[in-house]
Design a protein around this ligand. Structure first.
Ligand code: ATP
Ligand code: MG
Length: 417
């Protein structure tokens, strides 16, 4: 992609209304635009990142045999009445159709859709277990939307629902999901800041587990154990004042961002919707359920908060960077222009995703923009690099373009962060 043809441009300033650093950086770099408070347009650069993030999640979902589907955002009132959440959920967007007077809600989560749907296919123990997920936009009437993309009123979530014959089977799958979640966060270079956090379990379980990323801008307060990457959410510290793994009571209070939540629903929703199965002895039982969320846009914003350097630069993990390499051509003379064009097409031929800054801008402007965009590899062609014999990749001169190809196509290594 030629930078001169990008739909978005970098911006120096964004509205003071936008306070969160994640949103300010993403806006300035042209990854998103703010449509209104809590609602963002994902611009082409931002969508490249989100698509890659989704690809990582889809791979890990496939590894635990989950099938993808997509449920609607528009949902009828009666399913929410069945579970009592039409009244109970403060952040449910409710409205009435002008033509039909039908009352509707915009889905903030999808237990009310998936459970009656599952009744069509699950009747016997032979139909279990089953695992389905979607990556879809959710709507929540959040009271405050001051954290940028960390808390949207419309945001993307991966939600997985599982169906089982027994609690033991649910427990086994729950552990597999946990491992898949660790793999997702590891691939995003978040391993060292991710804490498995004990959180309220709702009506039917003692705990749920959240995946929390330590960060001062996080809206959650958690208590971390000095010996394990385990924490306790402040909401339950009174009933669980010590590390559940080692009993340590000397815990550290920290702010964190909840990027995932796994939950044993057990029979809560299957009882509401009468989702049952016939077991081997011909008895009818309620289906055991689990639900497992990852906040996709929140995760994207959390990555910006984790890896940004002050207010002027981002740094994308390799797996989700919008491009593999940013090629900066820092001269206006024609011969180096030809060389830059040739490098651009050779790298593209090797399947390397490359953003080519071919704009007629000063080197200073190109560097400032490159810092803001945060593409993890930088390749420079300038009179100086050519004098030194070639092209400068991440600070090192290479004379041979094949060397550059080899370096860039090496398997992903963790970033220096
Ligand atoms: P919070 O406590 O932050 O409001 P939640 O516990 O209500 O979140 P869940 O219902 O557990 O959220 O949703 C699953 C995941 O979706 C969360 O772990 C989080 O990563 C993400 N998420 C929830 N609300 C939002 C939001 N308003 N904007 C962006 N992501 C969100
Ligand atoms: Mg949660």
């Amino acid at each position: 992609m030629r930078q001169s043809q990008l739909f978005s441009k970098t911006r120096k300033d964004v509205s003071a209304e936008e306070q969160a650093n994640n949103a300010r950086l993403l806006l300035r770099a042209g990854f998103v635009d703010r449509t209104m408070a809590g609602v963002y347009t994902i611009l082409p650069l931002g969508l490249r990142v989100r698509n890659k993030l989704e690809a990582v999640i889809r791979e890990e979902m496939a590894s635990i045999e989950a099938e993808e589907l997509e449920m609607p955002a528009l949902t009828p009132k009666h399913v929410w009445e069945t579970t009592g959440r039409w009244e109970e959920m403060d952040d449910l967007y409710r409205f009435t159709s002008f033509y039909t007077q039908m009352e509707l809600a915009l889905g903030p989560t999808h237990e009310e859709i998936i459970t009656p749907l599952a009744k069509q296919y699950i009747t016997s123990y032979r139909d279990l277990p089953r695992y389905v997920y979607q990556i879809q936009d959710k709507y929540r009437d959040e009271k405050r939307a001051k954290s940028g993309l960390l808390r949207g009123r419309e945001f993307s979530m991966k939600d997985l629902y599982s169906f089982h014959t027994s609690e033991e089977d649910l427990d086994r799958y729950y552990e597999r999901v946990k491992e898949a979640y660790y793999r997702v966060y590891k691939r995003l270079n978040l391993e060292s800041v991710t804490y498995l956090t004990y959180a309220p379990g709702g009506t039917f379980s003692k705990f749920s587990h959240e995946f929390q990323i330590i960060n001062e801008v996080g809206e959650d307060t958690i208590y971390t154990c000095p010996h394990h990457q385990v924490a306790i959410n402040a909401e339950i510290i009174d009933i669980q004042p010590s590390c559940p793994q080692c009993g340590e009571t000397n815990l550290t209070e920290q702010n964190a961002i909840e990027v995932g939540n796994i939950f044993k629903l057990k029979t809560k929703f299957s009882k509401d919707f009468n989702l049952t199965f016939t077991d081997e002895n011909g008895n009818t039982n309620p289906v055991m359920m689990g639900c497992f969320g990852i906040g996709v846009t929140r995760l994207l914003a959390a990555i910006v908060e984790t890896f940004s350097d002050g207010e002027d630069s981002m740094y994308w993990p390799q797996e989700i960077a919008p491009f593999h390499v940013h090629l900066l051509h820092l001269s206006n003379d024609e011969s180096s222009q030809e060389q830059a064009e040739s490098v651009y097409s050779q790298l593209q031929n090797h399947g390397i995703e490359i953003l080519f800054d071919n704009r007629k801008e000063s080197p200073g402007k190109k560097f400032t923009d490159a810092d803001l965009l945060g593409i993890p590899n930088r390749l420079i062609i300038s009179p100086k690099s050519l004098e030194n014999g070639g092209f400068e990749l991440n600070g090192e001169i290479h004379t041979d373009i094949n060397e550059i190809v080899t370096t860039l196509t090496k398997p992903v290594v963790s970033s220096s962060f």
